[in-house]
Design a protein. Structure first.
Lengths: 112, 112
């Protein structure tokens, strides 16, 4: 049973056209993360939520925003995608400081 | 700061041999560490974790060793199998509670 679900698996968007990626979880975890992963690189943390508390990484571009309307759902909004934003976007959840993070299968974003 | 893996190193092992994958982590205040396995096109998969009050933890065919003095983590895989071929990442948590940061990855290739 999938526990962290990302939709869609593949997303193609036009340069400059806003796009939203979604993540849902059935684990009832407090923490949700968004990572960006480019080819042959480690996942890079963009931001994370502890419940409603939002934590942005200092080097996350302003072009990236996030929403968490409830415990189960989290969204990544890219306001004006550039070619450099093409990557795999990973969502993960965790109980809190004491637990590991469980990942979804990712959304592969292509910008044309 | 975060470690981002570029030009991931590769470890090639013969099927049936033991594998040792190493990771140097960056933050001496980190107190929780996780190893992940990532197969092509998929999200990272939790393998094993260890807390800073331990120096060794064993799972099924895997062992994690932690040396806090030199900020070094290793993953040992016994009797490596073709299905173990993947990219392996270490990740750390601690100083900022829920923030989970990935270290550089290693590509493991298993030769039959």
């Amino acid at each position: 049973d999938a526990m962290v679900i990302q939709n869609p698996r593949y997303q193609v968007t036009q340069f400059g056209k806003p796009v939203t990626l979604s993540c849902s979880q059935t684990l009832n975890h407090n923490v949700m993360y968004w990572y960006q992963q480019k080819s042959s690189q480690a996942p890079k943390l963009l931001f994370h939520y502890y419940d409603k508390d939002f934590n942005n990484e200092a080097d996350t571009p302003d072009n990236f925003q996030s929403r968490r309307p409830n415990t189960s759902f989290c969204f990544l909004d890219i306001r004006s995608p550039g070619l450099g934003d093409a990557a795999m976007y990973l969502c993960a959840t965790s109980r809190g400081p004491e637990g590991g993070a469980f990942f979804g299968q990712g959304t592969r974003l292509t910008v044309v | 700061g975060e470690s981002v893996g570029l030009h991931l190193p590769t470890l090639s092992v013969q099927e049936g041999d033991n594998s040792i994958i190493n990771c140097a982590y960056s933050n001496s205040a980190s107190d929780y560490f996780i190893w992940y396995k990532q197969e092509s096109g998929k999200g990272p998969q939790f393998i094993i974790d260890i807390r800073s009050n331990m120096d060794k933890r064993q799972g099924q065919r895997v062992t994690v060793l932690l040396n806090k003095t030199v900020k070094h983590l290793s993953l040992q895989i016994a009797a490596t199998q073709p299905g173990d071929s993947a990219v392996y990442f270490c990740a750390e948590k601690g100083e900022y509670g829920n923030k989970l940061v990935f270290g550089a990855g290693t590509i493991l290739r298993v030769k039959s």
